[in-house]
Design a protein around this ligand. Structure first.
Ligand SMILES: [Zn+2]
Length: 617
């Protein structure tokens, strides 16, 4: 995800352009089907109808029809608790209401809720049942549902129940749009049936989000494959420019892998919030409606597009051990989210550079800034990349004031370590190979051979590309929590990380503060800072410094006139009681980083720099 904030003026886009030609082919699908048990009863026929007769109530209406020769007496219908790509149990069942079950003749069937996400229907011998329910949908994120008088957007994981044990069953979904709204999804249409789509199994069904509205749209072709962009609402975007720029991003992905492994691809853009979620042949993107200008904000959005599109390879097809087929009722644990997300973040930045959207200088500045963030996190000594991946379910999506001290982000450190791994492979192989070769290897040897990869597989693939053992690299920086020796690795490609101490000798408090309505509040306290060591607490409201009313500006200027070793008295409200906290200020340890080239480069360094940066050293 990337941050895109709002500014600038609107530019009304009226054109509704080329209509997308839907392919009848199945979109890319997971290689492995959910495990079949022996003597499995004949597969049920499942069809859903999704209606939205009163969009202002935010209730999506679902009818689920199950026809099954082997219909059990007690049919358990289950709602997923999470959606792949967003590793948190979100309890979608909490939005389900008005559940009802009937047989094909319309007679009521008894049912009861037996746990948080399961409705058990007494089928009473019926071979066909119709369950109906409504789902409250009033939260627009890429992993939730929203229905209002402007549009509907939903994820099937947060809307459609599945029969227990039947994730391999195919299904169809028919949408009854409100008014004259149009329907967009990555699922293939059923020919001859309006707004009806099919899915081979639940991993396919649950992978495809829907946008239903009067969206604007444009299509483009890339390497013979149709790509469709739908944008819901008005904003300062230029639809033609989106198509031109998205096509450049798609092309860079194609160049890495040599093919686009889908029949068609859909970009859904909603103009609120921020973030994106990857799917097999589509992505849901959110950006502020005025987030397309100025250029720097637009580039940030394009970086998001590059990130989500690259995911169609890395995580949707090149799949970590536990990520597919999915268990929709429990956490799916993997130590590889640093590759799924961090390596994808590295690639979105590479693709942006290769496509010419950012310069080499901007690329390296962004890497230096990411390194600064990591180096200022005490949590880098507490949590390794593998540990952060495994604990995503309880930590990454549940950040608190102590996260800086006990966590790292597998996105941010994963991006840095992928950058370093690329440099390591390039120098170890004398420029013969790069991280691109690792990604291609995983794609060809795992995805195409129906296999998910493990941590060991990833390391082996990197070592094969490097032509030597990388065990120390992985032990220190992936499985371990060692301080990173950037120059030892990056000098191989002719780069040197220069650290400056712009505030050397100045006094330092070290609290992370926010100010709202004149109130200064402590947001977090990095371990080891004077503020942390002398007893300031997160959520303290700082009222005064040495008896003078506090604002962030005053704290900065007041402390700026002090020297390390000087004492200050902070008066704070803590749980509505006044406290004095005496702090001895320390020296400001913060560094700023920038990339330079090595002095006196060897011929090899010159060549590897040229290969990597596309520039002479
Ligand atoms: Zn991602």
């Amino acid at each position: 995800m990337r941050t895109i904030t709002s500014k600038s003026t609107a530019c009304l886009i009226l054109a509704v352009l080329a209509i997308f030609s839907m392919s009848k082919e199945t979109p890319g699908q997971p290689q492995r089907q959910p495990a079949a048990t022996q003597n499995r009863p004949a597969t049920p026929e499942i069809s859903y109808t999704v209606s939205m007769s009163k969009p202002w109530t935010h209730l999506l209406e679902v009818q689920m029809r199950v026809r099954w020769n082997e219909m059990p007496r007690a049919l358990e219908l289950k709602m997923p608790v999470w959606t792949p790509g967003s590793y948190l149990v979100r309890e979608y069942a909490r939005h389900v209401q008005d559940f009802d079950a009937k047989n094909a003749a319309g007679a009521d069937l008894q049912w009861e809720k037996i746990n948080k996400n399961t409705w058990q229907v007494n089928t009473a011998g019926a071979k066909e049942i119709v369950a109906s329910y409504r789902v409250y949908s009033n939260e627009l994120t890429v992993r939730t549902n929203e229905l209002n008088d402007e549009h509907a957007f939903w994820n099937n994981t947060a809307l459609l129940l599945f029969p227990k044990g039947q994730l391999a069953a195919p299904s169809t979904i028919t949408v009854n749009p409100y008014s004259n709204w149009k329907v967009a999804t990555g699922l293939p249409p059923v020919s001859g049936r309006a707004n009806t789509f099919r899915a081979e199994n639940f991993d396919i069904l649950y992978d495809a989000p829907f946008e239903v509205s009067n969206f604007k749209e444009i299509s483009f072709q890339s390497h013979g494959k149709p790509h469709r962009i739908v944008v819901d609402g008005e904003g300062n975007y230029d639809l033609n420019r989106l198509a031109t720029d998205f096509a450049k991003i798609v092309d860079e992905g194609y160049k890495i892998f040599g093919e686009l492994p889908y029949e068609n691809y859909l970009f859904i853009v909603n103009l609120r919030g921020r973030g994106g979620l990857e799917h097999l042949n589509s992505t849901a993107l959110q950006v502020d409606r005025f987030g397309f200008k100025p250029q720097s904000r637009y580039e940030s959005f394009l970086g998001l597009v590059a990130h989500e599109h690259f995911h169609l390879w890395n995580v949707k097809r090149i799949r970590p051990d536990a990520l597919g087929p999915f268990d929709y009722e429990n956490e799916n644990y993997t130590r590889l989210l640093w590759v799924a997300e961090g390596t994808t973040s590295y690639y979105d930045s590479l693709i942006m550079r290769r496509a010419g959207f950012v310069t080499d200088k901007e690329f390296l500045e962004a890497k230096a800034s990411a390194i600064k963030q990591l180096q200022e996190r005490p949590g880098r000594f507490e949590t390794s990349l593998e540990e952060a991946s495994l604990d995503a379910w309880i930590k990454y999506y549940r950040q608190d004031e102590n996260s800086i001290n006990n966590q790292i982000s597998y996105y941010d450190k994963g991006e840095i370590v992928s950058f370093l791994l690329d440099a390591e492979i390039r120098s170890a192989s004398g420029g013969a190979r790069s991280l691109d070769d690792v990604m291609r290897h995983l794609y060809n040897e795992f995805y195409k051979k129906n296999r998910n990869y493990t941590s060991q597989d990833f390391q082996r693939a990197a070592e094969t590309a490097a032509g030597r053992s990388l065990d120390e690299f992985f032990a220190n920086y992936v499985r371990g929590r060692a301080e990173i020796d950037y120059d030892a690795i990056l000098s191989g490609v002719g780069l040197r990380l220069e650290a400056a101490e712009p505030n050397k000798g100045k006094a330092y408090l070290g609290a992370d503060l926010t100010e709202e309505g004149g109130r200064v509040t402590v947001r977090s306290l990095p371990a080891g800072t004077p503020a942390y060591e002398h007893g300031l607490n997160a959520a303290d409201q700082i009222i005064a410094i040495d008896g003078h009313r506090a604002s962030i500006a005053r704290l900065d200027s007041y402390i700026g006139e002090k020297k390390p070793g000087d004492k200050i008295r902070l008066t704070v409200f803590r749980f509505d009681r006044l406290h004095d906290v005496n702090v001895t200020l320390g020296p400001d340890p913060r560094k700023s980083y920038s990339f330079r080239t090595v002095s006196n480069p060897t011929d090899l360094q010159k060549r590897l720099y040229r290969d990597y940066m596309n520039n002479e050293l």
